[in-house]
Design a protein around this ligand. Structure first.
Ligand code: SF4
Ligand code: ZN
Ligand code: ZN
Length: 318
């Protein structure tokens, strides 16, 4: 029998990267420690905060909502607003919404659902059909989805008068993002990935309580806690470069446990060394949203889909 690293009881989880194994109660305490570590290092949740929480119905967002609730209770006087963005992906998102509603109910929250259709006039499926009907190849589905979802979350968080937006990025996600940006020749994006900036910014401050929690542990935590989540896979995920990077890192982790956390630590170290603290945002000249370019990425993508013409009721200059 493998013994728990802490209490010598029967272990139910083995963490080879840490050379540790835990029984269920000790694994929960280990998870909480990782969440508190992110809270301490990046000053995430504070008394008086209003926090929009991005939930998708998946395992990470289940672990995220639980973690934000946990940190909110520790801080006191924090309001939490789960938000789900329905991209409009047939056969996928609706099942996830059902699970997200069950999760919110279990944890005592209401769920606000916003959709691409409402905000941008088209569902993701329609955007991809439009892309595929054009002469040029266009972007991968995840580029449209990621950019528009970020914009939808930012906008909704502002409407809810939230000062923070919690995202479910776990340690695996951040290690993948770091490596992807390097492989795509976009190292500057790593510098703009904000983890702990509290200065003036036109964006709602994004917080990532799962920064130090590996993906597998998010899933185990959600499962062992009986948190509802959806296991399906998005039909567009095969288009994603992230999948290639994820497979590579999983294989490296399997052969050399600890690789992902070392990569994450390298990212955090480099960020501290090179991040320009004032990566300056301007107002998008088409929609007025904060952007690092004259025209925000969402407007650029929408314009390209419309043959170069700006559109969308939701993206008027403020
Ligand atoms: Fe969106 Fe890509 Fe994720 Fe599917 S896999 S939900 S298209 S980002
Ligand atoms: Zn134990
Ligand atoms: Zn814009």
């Amino acid at each position: 029998m493998v013994k728990c690293f802490n209490c010598a009881g029967k272990a139910v989880v083995e963490l080879s990267y840490a050379g540790a194994a835990f029984c269920q109660p000790c694994f929960f305490r280990h998870f909480e420690r990782l969440v508190r570590k992110a809270n301490r290092e990046f000053r995430l949740v504070r008394r008086g905060d209003r926090i929009a929480v991005a939930v998708s119905g998946g395992k990470d967002s289940a672990a995220l909502l639980w973690s934000v609730k946990y940190l909110a209770e520790l801080a006191g006087d924090v309001r939490v607003f789960p938000v789900l963005v329905d991209e409009g992906i047939a056969g996928y998102r609706l099942h996830a919404i059902v699970k997200a509603r069950q999760l919110c109910k279990k944890l005592g929250f209401g769920l606000k659902v916003v959709s691409f259709k409402q905000l941008f006039g088209r569902q993701l499926d329609a955007i991809i059909r439009k892309r595929d009907s054009g002469k040029s190849k266009g972007e991968g589905a995840c580029a449209y989805c990621g950019v528009l979802r970020r914009k939808a979350l930012e906008k909704t968080a502002k409407q809810l008068r939230c000062n923070k937006l919690a995202l479910g990025h776990n340690a695996d996600d951040l290690a993948q993002t770091f490596l992807m940006n390097l492989l795509k020749g976009e190292a500057g994006r790593n510098a703009r990935l904000r983890l702990n900036d509290e200065g003036d910014s036109p964006f709602v401050r994004r917080i990532r309580p799962l920064t130090f929690v590996p993906e597998r542990e998010c899933a185990l935590f959600a499962l062992m806690n009986g948190l509802p989540f959806h296991l399906g896979e998005c039909p567009y995920s095969t288009e994603a470069f992230r999948g290639t990077v994820k497979d590579f890192l999983n294989e490296a982790e399997c052969r050399h446990p600890g690789t992902k956390l070392k990569l994450l630590n390298s990212f955090l170290e480099l960020r501290n060394a090179v991040v320009p603290k004032d990566a300056s945002a301007v107002k998008c000249r088409e929609c007025g949203a904060p952007s690092f370019n004259e025209t925000c990425r969402a407007c650029q993508l929408t314009r390209a889909l419309n043959g170069g013409k700006p559109r969308s009721r939701s993206v008027k200059r403020r």
